[in-house]
Design a protein around this ligand. Structure first.
Ligand SMILES: [Zn+2]
Length: 109
C-alpha cells in the first residue's frame, strides 16, 4: 500500500486512509461515545489514532480516540496527546535505530 513516499512526508498521511474510514470512525464512536483519549484518559479526543503507530493497521482494535492540536485549539485538552505520543514513539525508535549515527556524531572524548 506504500506509494514509496519517504515516511517524513506526514502531509500525505490522509491519502493512506482506507475507503471505509468514515465507517471506522462511526464504529469507534459507537464503542467510545465520549471519545475518551487513549493517551490521557480524558474525554473529547478529536482524532482517531492508530494505537500501534502503524497507519496501515486499520483493525478496529487498533483505533481509538486521542487529543491532537485541534483539541488544544478548541480548549478541550491542555496538551496535544497525539504530539506527545508521536514524540515518545520517535524517542524509542531513535534509541534503537539512530544510536550508531549519534555515536558517530558525538564520539566519546
Ligand atoms: Zn488526551
Amino acid at each position: 500500500m506504500s506509494r514509496g513516499q519517504p515516511p517524513w512526508q506526514g502531509s500525505t498521511r490522509r491519502q493512506d486512509l482506507p475507503g471505509n474510514w468514515p465507517a471506522l470512525r462511526s464504529a469507534a464512536g459507537r464503542r467510545n461515545p465520549d471519545h475518551v483519549c487513549h493517551w490521557c484518559r480524558r474525554p473529547g479526543g478529536e482524532a482517531l489514532d492508530h494505537i500501534d503507530g502503524n497507519r496501515f493497521n486499520n483493525a478496529l482494535d487498533n483505533l481509538d480516540w486521542i487529543h491532537d492540536w485541534r483539541s488544544v485549539k478548541a480548549g478541550v485538552s491542555p496538551v496535544n496527546c497525539h504530539g506527545q505520543k508521536t514524540a515518545a514513539d520517535r524517542l524509542s525508535r531513535d534509541r534503537v535505530e539512530r544510536h550508531p549515527a549519534l555515536a558517530a556524531l558525538h564520539p566519546p572524548t
